[in-house]
Design a protein around this ligand. Structure first.
Ligand code: N01
Length: 545
């Protein structure tokens, strides 16, 4: 129930921060549990990541039929995806459809930022204050702020002197940007730049891409879904979701059932070629099951990609610059390309390697590196995000005895299951640090189901608060570290998965790399075994408001 205490304070059962994939799903679940909910969202509409990332070429890297919710059969029935990998406007429309279909907007405060959330031990409540001066009190504080939310802009001197226009890909203007006849500089070579560059190059007079570290870019092989394909997907929904829930990265794919280490060189090439043709992450997951764990097998796949780059890109010098050579495939999150390498064959596209000659400043006319100057009318910063933790610690969150989450996490995140934090009772996170690196809707569904079970358990047992024990948090940290160290995934350069893309950020794995399936099992075990690793306080000990 929602109470209005005087003019300024509104009391609800739960405050949810964010109205993207996670926040909307959480709102729906809390309503099902009969809780009153206030969602607070910075943007003027739902969508989260898909609201902000409107840059040219933005589209999902997950196949549409599993980049969706599966909590409602009716929702699945009444939505048709147009493409294998939907573009940003289509994904945003889907989330808007969800919000309308379930009448969610009435519980969402848009264009509002949460400044602080403070836990009060005496009352076992959270006080949440927004930038509009509104105060909410609630029993459950739930962060659904997304993992790629806070854009990172390197601190190049001189940006204020630049006479042209500049943009962040993660804060792209709604009205779009006209590149016609413009000299465009794109800084970055991650998944965002890989999507944006081929589209911008179509209209720009000239595009110069500044690359510090090349990526292993696999072809997406996007296509329009035919009515027959859409019907086939619908008929097969249950199987698709069963596969996705068990799959390491939450995709509807089966293990390949073979190892590169046991295949002949001819067999390796034949299978990798088929994976390259299948497109998307099928190149990694439907070829050989040891690509992510066996360095020799990984190098076979990595060299296959390099040879593809050399075959596609006509200028040998550019091709070599585009080839990643000093880290394994998937050591950084591999992007999917839509004619990415082909773009470097255009006369109006050039590549500047800034690995040894870094950008030193932005000038009035463009970009200066240690060895050259490049004029530009527009600069596009595709320089990534303060990922996973940045969006959570962007709020001033204080737990027991005023303890600040920023301080608690200064050497890296500490959680249990990536959902709960010691000393922060009744706070829950969706897509929090140390939760799985996988197709996000699958991860979110799993976390929401766990939170839902937990709130039900607390209600049935008169429990007022939950938080993890110090021991469970340390064990979880050790567990996530052991998992990532058993793979090649921690061996990339400047990888945001490890916090290494932001100068000064703690080097610490930000994800559970045991797979979405194993994570679900471990969460389920916690429930079945009566919540080992969690401490509850009894309702009778509390003077609840
Ligand atoms: O960010 P990134 P992103 N000088 O951090 C470079 C997801 N995503 O926005 O690699 C020069 O990957 C930096 O260089 P380096 C996806 O999970 C999903 O592209 O650090 N360059 C790098 O090239 C992805 O992984 C989708 O050496 C500098 C780039 O900026 C994640 O978002 C689409 C620099 C940043 O790359 C992040 O991708 C797009 C400097 N000083 C993104 N500082 C879909 O699924 C940084 N860079 C649809």
């Amino acid at each position: 129930m929602t109470f209005r205490n005087g003019e300024d304070t509104i009391t609800v059962d739960a405050v949810v921060v964010g109205a993207g994939f996670g926040g909307l799903r959480m709102l729906h679940e809390l309503r099902q549990l009969g809780k009153s909910v206030q969602v607070i969202e910075t943007a003027s509409d739902v969508g989260g990541t898909w609201y902000w990332n409107r840059y040219p070429g933005a589209r999902t890297d997950s196949e549409s039929w599993i980049y969706a919710y599966y909590f409602s059969k009716e929702l699945q029935e009444d939505w048709d995806w147009a493409e294998r990998f939907p573009a940003q406007p289509e994904t945003l429309r889907y989330l808007q459809h969800v919000a309308d279909r379930f009448d969610m907007r009435k519980d969402i405060e848009f264009s509002t930022r949460v400044n602080s959330a403070v836990y009060d031990e005496q009352t076992n409540t959270w006080t949440v204050v927004t930038d509009k001066g509104q105060t909410y009190t609630c029993t459950y504080f739930i962060s659904a702020v997304g993992l790629l939310t806070v854009p990172y802009k390197p601190n190049f001197p001189g940006i204020d002197d630049f006479t042209g226009d500049w943009y962040f890909t993660g804060r792209w203007p709604k009205e779009g940007v006209d590149f016609t006849g413009k000299r465009v500089a794109v800084i970055g070579a991650g998944a965002t730049a890989v999507q944006a560059v081929p589209i911008i190059a179509k209209t720009a007079e000239h595009l110069t891409m500044f690359q510090r570290t090349p990526n292993y870019v696999m072809p997406a092989r996007n296509y329009i879904l035919t009515p027959e394909e859409r019907q086939g997907i619908r008929t097969d929904y249950e199987n698709i979701w069963d596969l996705a829930k068990q799959h390491f990265f939450g995709f509807a794919m089966e293990p390949a059932g073979r190892l590169a280490s046991q295949a002949s060189p001819e067999e390796q090439q034949r299978v990798l070629e088929a994976g390259w043709e299948a497109g998307g992450f099928r190149f990694i997951f439907e070829t050989f099951d040891d690509i992510l764990v066996d360095e020799t097998s990984n190098e076979v796949a990595a060299e296959f990609v390099r040879n593809k780059i050399r075959a596609i890109v006509k200028d040998p010098e550019t091709a070599e610059l585009l080839c990643p050579k000093d880290y394994p495939l998937a050591g950084k999150r591999p992007p999917l390309g839509n004619f990415y390498y082909e773009t470097f064959n255009r006369d109006n596209v050039s590549l500047v390697d800034v690995s040894n000659s870094p950008i030193t400043e932005i000038t009035a006319n463009g970009i200066r590196t240690e060895t050259g100057e490049y004029d530009a009318d527009i600069i596009v910063f595709a320089t990534g995000f303060d990922a996973v933790t940045g969006s959570v610690t962007g709020m001033d969150i204080r737990g027991r005895n005023g303890l600040s989450l920023r301080d608690k996490w200064k050497d890296g995140p500490l959680t249990h299951l990536g959902i709960c934090v010691e000393d922060f009772p009744n706070m829950f996170m969706l897509s929090g640090p140390q939760s799985p690196f996988a197709n996000i809707p699958v991860v979110i569904e799993g976390s929401v189901e766990w939170i839902s079970h937990t709130l039900t358990h607390m209600g049935e047992n008169n429990l007022a608060s939950i938080e993890p024990t110090a021991e469970a948090v340390q064990n979880w940290r050790q567990h996530v570290n052991e998992l990532v160290n058993a793979t090649v995934l921690s061996k990339g350069k400047n990888s945001w998965l490890m916090g290494d893309n932001i100068p000064g950020k703690a080097h610490e794995v930000l994800f559970f790399f045991g797979g979405a399936g194993l994570y679900r099992q471990e969460c389920q075990q916690v429930i079945e075994q009566g919540y080992p690793g969690f401490a509850f306080s009894d309702q009778s000990e509390r003077a609840l408001v």
